[in-house]
Design a protein around this ligand. Structure first.
Ligand code: MN
Length: 497
């Protein structure tokens, strides 16, 4: 178990004037309150909040967040109360701990209608203070790291919730490292066989290519020396989950994946990014169609980088990401990197002097989402709007009468028909997408209106849409079927978008 002085030292490394007394007090209080409680592993319970605090210290967060992490399970699991925490640590920390206590009761893999309400609660809690989300994600990360000790049924539920909600949320907030580790841990529990196979294949591939990787790294460094560019080159490998997802979604075999490993080039300034790119492109041919400039046009979650693929020194395709150290911090820590600004507005030097606006896309998204809450959307509206953006692995389509059907990405009209009704699926011979006859194997896109054409002589199940409305009232799950698990949400179509 980590020692208290180690935690203080970690915080001191980025915040020399840390309020040590506050952290000491939180440490002692939480330790006493948890007393001799144990975790599923048999370890003292207090090791958990301590590790959560350590994860947040690695993200360089302020001491209020670290203290809240130490205290995050006290109200729920011990005799501690909000009043007591307010009195001892002030209302700022009290609010954070209170927000986390509320989140703890939220079950996000429940029935759809409840899920909508719970997701709404989650985002409301985050809205009050984004640090609540940071502690919650660190809490989830440590629980996922120690999930082996939890009984199997519960383990699977936690892993699914992590894969469905927390990992995408981390990604949406720009925290790529957090997202990748959560996905990796969840994947291991949700699909152990696939995880084992992909991980082993990846290991073999990397082992086979150690020489090539070193050679490319050396060639890049020599090139940058020649151009007098100060740069750091790091090789990186695709993570098992993203390998598996790509194989599944594109129907590829492992051998067909071309981007198992790639390289990241980090430089001081934006100008250096383009100079490095110029040096690379004038030395090795680029693969057409693969260049992307996310520096001039950042992604929704504030991600910035140049992406390119070249035919490298030994004639193999090499994927490259080029970015400044500041962009790299944002890509790693996302909103957490921004929250450093919020708390220490004067420490712009942390990011090499680049002023990064607090008015970022990730915050913008959060604000917009919260604004919808304030406008009093129904939970289902809210879930739909949020999911559209959060769950990019799903596709949302409509029946001609405007009912929303949510399907896994890549779904076809046949999946759609089965999601509506098994009888409709069995009799489906054609489909109109947005009024036009299309092959039944066409991949559906967000917002498509799908009308299923049943086989001649087969009457579609009587008034199935009325039937669905009835089901909605009864809050029942859609039927599961052979074509995946369409998570249908039933509600009338909104006034035209
Ligand atoms: Mn916890």
């Amino acid at each position: 178990m980590m020692r208290h002085y180690e935690l203080i030292e970690r915080v001191q490394r980025y915040k020399p004037d840390v309020n040590e007394a506050l952290l000491n007090k939180a440490y002692v209080y939480a330790m006493k309150k948890h007393g001799d409680q144990r975790r599923a592993s048999g370890a003292p319970y207090f090791s958990h909040p301590l590790e959560v605090a350590a994860i947040l210290a690695d993200m360089r967060l302020d001491e209020a967040t670290i203290a809240a992490a130490l205290l995050h399970d006290t109200i729920e699991d011990t005799t501690a109360t909000r009043e007591e925490i307010d009195a001892m640590f002030g209302p700022d920390i009290g609010r954070l701990v209170d927000g986390l206590t509320k989140l703890k009761k939220i079950d996000l893999v429940s029935k759809k209608a409840e899920q909508a309400e719970n997701l709404r609660k989650l985002l409301l809690a985050i809205a009050e203070d984004v640090r609540v989300l940071l502690v919650k994600l660190a809490d989830r990360l440590h629980n996922m790291r120690t999930l082996d000790h939890v009984p199997e049924a519960k383990r699977l539920r936690i892993a699914e919730e992590t894969m469905d909600i927390y990992a995408p949320l981390a990604g949406r907030m720009g925290m790529q490292d957090m997202r990748e580790e959560l996905e990796e841990l969840a994947f291991r529990h949700i699909n152990p066989d696939a995880h084992r196979t992909v991980t082993e294949r990846l290991k073999e591939t990397i082992a086979r290519n150690v020489g090539v990787i070193a050679e490319i790294e050396k060639s890049l460094m020599t090139l940058f020396d020649k151009y007098k560019l100060r740069a750091l080159v790091k090789s990186r490998q695709k993570k098992p989950w993203s390998v598996f997802r790509k194989m599944e979604s594109k129907g590829l075999s492992f051998e067909q994946l071309s981007d198992i490993f790639g390289f990241r080039v980090m430089v001081e300034t934006i100008e250096d990014c383009y100079r490095a790119l110029g040096a690379i492109h004038s030395t090795w041919p680029m693969v057409p169609g693969r260049f992307k400039d996310y520096i001039s046009t950042p992604k929704q979650n504030d991600y910035r980088s140049l992406h390119t693929t070249i035919v490298g020194p030994s004639r193999q395709r090499v994927e490259l990401q080029i970015r400044t150290f500041a962009m790299d911090s944002i890509a790693e820590f996302g909103v957490a990197a921004h929250s450093i600004y919020k708390d220490h507005g004067d420490s712009a030097d942390l990011f090499n002097g680049h002023q990064i606006s607090k008015d970022t896309n990730a915050y913008g998204w959060l604000r917009k989402t919260i604004a919808q809450l304030a406008e009093g959307d129904s939970p289902e509206d809210f879930l739909e709007n949020t999911k559209l953006e959060l769950f990019q692995d799903q596709v949302f389509c409509f029946t001609p009468k405007g009912l929303l059907i949510a399907l896994p990405k890549g779904a076809t009209p046949i999946d759609f028909a089965y999601a509506v009704h098994t009888g409709l699926g069995d009799s489906c011979v054609g489909a109109k997408i947005n009024g036009r006859m299309m092959p039944v194997i066409t991949e559906l896109k967000n917002g498509d209106e799908v009308e299923i054409v049943p086989a001649k002589g087969q009457v579609p199940p009587a008034a199935w849409e009325t039937d669905r409305r009835h089901r909605q009232g009864a809050r029942r799950h859609p039927p599961r079927h052979a074509h995946g698990d369409p998570q249908a949400i039933f509600r009338p179509r909104p006034a035209h978008p």
